[in-house]
Write a protein that binds this ligand. Sequence first.
Ligand code: IDP
Length: 140
Amino acid sequence: MAVTRTFSIIKPDATRRNLTGAITKMLEEAGLRVVASKRIHMTRDQAEGFYAVHKKRPFFGELCDFMTSGPVVVQVLEGEDAVKRNRDVMGATNPADAAEGTIRKTFAEGIEANSVHGSDSEENAKIEIDFFFKPEEVVG
Ligand code: IDP
C-alpha cells in the first residue's frame, strides 16, 4: 500500500472544547503522521472557497458561519492509504450514524459541528492541501 497524504481540519466545535490533542492522538493511533499543522481563524472568503462544492446546498451559509466561528487546526496527514484511513477514523458525517470508536462518534456535537474534516479523494486532498499550505510548510 502506497504512502499518501490527506488534508484534515479540526473544526471550531473541537478547538473550543480543547480537543486538538485528543483528536490528533486518535489520528496518530490510526497510523497517520502529522506532516504539517497550523492553527488559523478562517476568513469568510477562505470558508466559501474551501466549501465551494457545497454552494448550492441549503446549509452552505450556516456551514461557512460555523467554520469561521472560532479557530481551526488545518493539517496534512501522511500514511498508507491516508485518505481512506482518515475517513475511517473520522466516521460518518452525522455522528448519529458514525461507528463506535470514531472521532465523530466520540466528539461530534451534531451533523454540522462534527469536529473534523477529511478529504474524500486523493485528487481533492492535493487541492485542499494547496489551498492552505505552501510546499515548504509540509515536512514529511
Ligand atoms: P464530510 O465532511 O463527511 O465529507 P460533506 O457531505 O462533504 O461531509 O459535508 C461537508 C460538511 O458540511 C460536513 O462535515 C458538515 O460539517 C456539513 N454538513 C453536511 N451535511 C449537513 C447538513 O445536512 N446540515 C448541516 N451541515 C451539514
